[in-house]
Write a protein that binds this ligand. Sequence first.
Ligand SMILES: [Zn+2]
Length: 307
Amino acid sequence: MKHSCTLPLIYSPHYSIPWDKKHRFPMAKYRLLHELLHERGLAHQRNTLIPSPCTQDQLYRAHDPGYVDRFMAGELSPTELRDIGFAWSPALVLRSTTAVGGSIATARVALKRKLACHLAGGTHHAFHDGGRGFCVFNDLAVTALALLEEDKLNQVLILDLDVHQGDGTASILQHEPRAFTCSLHGADNYPFEKQQSDLDVALPNQMQDDDYLSELQRVLQLLERKLKPDILLYDGGSDVHADDRLGRLSLSDVGIRRRDRMVFHWARRLNIPVAAYIGGGYDHDHQRLAKRHALLIETAAQTIQAD
Ligand SMILES: [Zn+2]
């Protein structure tokens, strides 16, 4: 297994920046996830691409240029920073732009290789005019618009299985018919004011594996009848897990593996390339959290090996 994994991974050492340990956001999880995958032989130099920051023009397609410029210059107001939940620093700028660059790069690798995973991404609460809920820029929306405008794709599907609704993504892309947004999320969880995705499925608290997976099956069947996307951007948030600190669903490790396998196999059968993003996940124990995010990568690696 060692060094034989061919699953393309996208990761930058800039993702985990120096951080106040008492802060609610688990900033170390990106580095810990990469280390864990390295130990397990799933991440090595040959399968890991280090991305460059995205350009400001790419951000301007999804975000108000004034917001982008003020963030870059460290000129956001205290209210805007409070909405994001992070303190500003030059390292945060590099991290935020590199993570979006990484999400775009993941999609482009996926177009060539059928499946690629970003060890970050899924910052789906960022809106056109500003960041929210630990999300500075909406990487999914920026990536979708880059693929449509620069790569001339006809249709992009965003399937958001993070426990929280992809509200920013839905809002930014609401008038873009070439990007289809689909979100399965906890009905009673943040964001409490939901936006309208092209397809929303709100789930009751404490839903467990089998009920969740039958909902997902139904959604995938519906999407299959409706769309012929050129790519799937998949937010495989681990905060659907029963032990997640902020999620209110009750999936097990096995349930998350079955969820991801269902998505990957569905896309493979329909010949749709998949760019997968780790999305949200919250646990005071950051090692345990890294293991939970690794489930997505392990399932992706198994899918590639089975080809
Ligand atoms: Zn989330």
